[in-house]
Design a protein around this ligand. Structure first.
Ligand SMILES: NC(=O)c1ccc[n+]([C@@H]2O[C@H](COP(=O)([O-])OP(=O)(O)OC[C@H]3O[C@@H](n4cnc5c(N)ncnc54)[C@H](OP(=O)(O)O)[C@@H]3O)[C@@H](O)[C@H]2O)c1
Length: 382
């Protein structure tokens, strides 16, 4: 890539150049999205004399960070360069040495950062160390795009909870299962393949007992490029012990399973789950007598889950939305109509009036064969 050199005197041109290169760093970062967790997927681009001299991304925990990979690839050409990094470089010893030390040692001239790292071990210290070493630092460059890209990581580090993505397939008239409970298949094979991409980006896939009983899902990632190293953790929310161990959800050769349950469940059921190789965690109950969903997401966050994909059904989806715990909603709309006896998208009490309705921000619309994928983030729950 050839850019103007030296740095453009015109401020607007310089800003546009920074945005272009940060966007490139975002593209590079994507290569680690399915493998980096519990670390963030970060991208780094080194530019000298108007040319990209090296790029790097963080592939997985324990391996070099994006900056270290780019610096190693650049060698001597890193001297006097500008580093574009999507996330603030780390300033602490973790499984690898601090990235700021590498940037300082390589005599990088300027560091351009997308977003500061909320991890308390970094949180501004990276920027401070770079500035103290005489390196020019620009921060919040292309910040809203970088925040979108790193949303699950930023959310987990800020709140302790896993970022909750609710996925649902519904008919044209908003039904997620027919009157008899069948839901295979409301959408096309293209939409179902797309869901495997969502699973591959998630470290946990969550269902309620109703879906486990009705659909006997395996919840594994299949047929995707760049498979994550491990299958996501399968999480069953079963507060009354109604799901037996016969189905694929308890086949530990496929993936690990975590059952979150309550103290009400019979010991014999707990022993059955454990004998099948599942881990069992007791969650507190919320006032409605159901598992405390905030606890569930905190427990997953504590285990290093950055993104939890909730795959229904309507009871769990409704409870999560009412609790204001859904960060992103992905709805696949198929070309069938199921009528009013079908299951809704969200079960449970409704807002009384339109003034109280939940509000969602539409981010993207994609056509997948005969289906439409709608991608939203939460504004307010209801
Ligand atoms: N179209 C789609 O995308 C899609 C996706 C999934 C499922 N489905 C369909 O949906 C139907 C199943 O729906 P469903 O609503 O019965 O199943 P669900 O939402 O998966 O499971 C509901 C159950 O989860 C348990 N649960 C535990 N903690 C909960 C909490 N805090 N809040 C709410 N529930 C909690 C409850 O049982 P306990 O009280 O026993 O704990 C509850 O009855 C099936 O017909 C299935 O085929 C469709």
């Amino acid at each position: 890539m050839l850019l103007e050199t030296p740095r453009p005197a015109n401020r607007a041109v310089a800003e546009a150049e920074d945005h272009l290169l940060m966007r490139r760093a975002l593209v590079v970062a994507e290569r680690g999205r399915r493998t980096a967790a519990p670390n963030p997927w970060v991208g780094c681009v080194l530019v000298r004399d108007g040319q990209v001299v090296a790029e790097g991304f963080h592939r997985r925990a324990g391996e070099p960070h994006a900056e270290a990979r780019a610096l190693a690839a650049a060698g001597e050409r890193a001297r006097g360069s500008t580093a574009y990094v999507t996330l603030e470089p780390c300033a602490h010893f973790g499984r690898t040495p601090p990235c700021v030390d590498g940037l300082i040692a390589a005599a990088v001239r300027r560091v351009v950062i997308g977003v500061l790292d909320p991890d308390p071990r970094v949180a501004g210290r990276g920027v401070a160390r770079l500035r103290a070493a005489g390196i020019e630092v620009s921060q919040d460059v292309l910040a809203s795009e970088v925040v979108d890209s790193l949303a699950p990581y930023l959310h987990q580090r800020r709140t302790g909870r896993a970022f909750c993505v609710l996925k649902s397939a519904m008919s044209l008239d908003g039904r997620t299962a027919a009157a008899d409970g069948t839901s295979k298949w409301i959408t096309s094979s293209a939409a179902r393949a797309d869901v495997h991409g969502l699973r591959a980006e998630s470290q946990a896939v969550v269902v309620g007992s109703g879906t486990a009983l009705a659909d006997q899902p395996s919840l594994t990632v299949r047929n995707v490029d760049n498979l994550p190293d491990r299958q996501p953790l399968r999480v069953l929310l079963d507060g009354r012990g109604s799901v037996p161990t016969g189905g694929p959800l308890f086949d530990r050769r496929l993936a690990p399973t975590l059952v979150m349950t309550s103290s009400r469940v019979l010991r014999s059921r707990l022993r059955e789950w454990e004998a099948a190789g599942a881990e069992v965690v007791e969650a507190p109950l919320s006032p409605d007598g159901r598992l405390d969903l905030e606890f569930v997401l905190c427990e997953l966050g504590r285990r290093g889950v950055l993104q939890a994909l909730v795959e229904g059904g309507a009871t769990l989806a409704g409870a999560l939305v009412r609790a204001g715990l859904v960060n992103r909603l992905v709805v696949y709309v198929g070309p069938k109509t199921l009528g009013e006896d079908g299951r809704p998208l969200l079960a449970g009490p409704s807002p009384r009036s339109l003034n109280d309705a939940g509000l969602w921000r539409l981010n993207a619309v994609t056509q997948l064969e005969s289906d439409v994928r709608l991608d939203y983030t939460a504004e307010t729950a209801a």
